[in-house]
Design a protein around this ligand. Structure first.
Ligand SMILES: *Cc1c(COP(=O)(O)O)cnc(C)c1O
Length: 239
C-alpha cells in the first residue's frame, strides 16, 4: 500500500469503528447506516484509493471541483451525492454525474433538476435539505428550507418527472435554538422524517452527521452519515 492508501485505510477503519459502536449503543444494525465519504477539496486519486478500500458512496459540495473528479472516476461504480448549495446554472452539470442531490431546498431548483434529468435521460434521487436555524418561509445560513416548507417541496418532487424523493438531509446548525445541540437537532430531523414517511414511505433516507457528530446522528436514527475530515484529513482550504 502507498502511504496515502494506508493512511486512508487507517482513517476509514477508525470511522468504521465509531459507526459500529454508535450502532451498537443505539441497538441498531450496522448495515442500516451508510457511510458517505465527503471528498471535497481532495483529488480524484483519493477517490480512487477510497474505492479500492471499499467505499461506494462519495459526496461533493461544489460543481467546479466535483465535475472533473467524477469524470476522472467515471470507470468506477460509485454513487455521487451532491451536498452543497446549488445554483440553477450548475444543475445541468451536476445532473450529469450525481445520483442523489441532498441539497434540494426550493421549488425553482426542483423544476431545474427535473428538466435537466429529463434532458439527460437520467433518474435523480432528491433529499430535501432542512434548515433548523431558519424561521418560517426562510432559508438557512447554509441552505435548506425551514421545516414548514418541507411538504411543498415534497409535493413538487413527487410531481416532477425523473425525480425520486429519497428523504431528508440536515447540517447541524451553528446558530438558533439548536446551536451546539446536535442530538436535539437530529431528533427533530427524525420527527420530520416520520411525518414525511407517513405519506411517502419510500422517502426513508435520513442524512445527518459529519465527522464531529456522527454518534449523535446514529443515535437519533440517521441512515446516512457524511464524513470528510475524519477520513481524508483536515481540508487544506475551506470547502
Ligand atoms: C463538508 C461537509 C461534510 C463533511 O464534514 P466533515 O466535518 O469534514 O466530516 C458533510 N456534509 C456537508 C454538507 C459538507 O459540506
Amino acid at each position: 500500500m502507498t502511504g496515502r492508501k494506508a493512511e486512508l485505510a487507517e482513517n476509514l477503519a477508525r470511522v468504521e469503528e465509531r459507526i459500529a459502536a454508535a450502532c451498537a449503543a443505539a441497538g441498531r444494525k450496522r448495515e442500516d447506516v451508510t457511510l458517505i465519504v465527503v471528498t471535497k477539496t481532495y483529488p480524484a486519486s483519493d477517490v480512487r484509493l477510497l474505492h479500492e478500500l471499499g467505499v461506494r458512496d462519495v459526496a461533493e459540495n461544489r460543481d467546479q471541483d466535483a465535475a472533473p473528479k467524477a469524470a476522472a472516476c467515471a470507470d468506477l461504480d460509485l454513487r455521487w451525492h451532491f451536498v452543497g448549495q446549488l445554483q440553477t446554472n450548475k444543475v445541468r452539470s451536476v445532473t450529469s454525474y450525481a445520483d442523489v442531490v441532498q441539497s434540494v431546498d426550493r421549488p425553482k431548483l426542483v423544476t431545474a433538476l427535473s428538466a435537466a434529468a429529463e434532458r439527460g435521460g437520467r433518474e435523480l434521487g432528491c433529499l430535501i435539505q432542512v434548515a433548523l436555524d431558519a424561521g418560517s418561509g426562510e432559508r438557512g445560513e447554509r441552505g435548506g428550507v425551514a421545516p414548514d416548507g418541507i411538504e411543498e417541496l415534497a409535493a413538487a418532487v413527487d410531481a416532477a418527472p425523473r425525480l425520486r424523493l429519497d428523504g431528508l438531509m440536515t447540517v447541524a446548525p451553528l446558530a438558533g435554538p439548536y446551536a451546539g445541540r446536535q442530538r436535539a437537532a437530529f431528533d427533530r430531523l427524525m420527527d420530520l422524517s416520520t411525518v414525511l414517511r407517513a405519506t411517502r414511505p419510500a422517502a426513508n433516507m435520513v442524512s445527518a452527521g459529519m465527522s464531529a457528530d456522527l454518534e449523535d446522528a446514529v443515535a437519533a436514527g440517521a441512515t446516512h452519515v457524511r464524513i470528510g475530515t475524519a477520513v481524508l484529513g483536515v481540508r487544506p482550504r475551506l470547502g
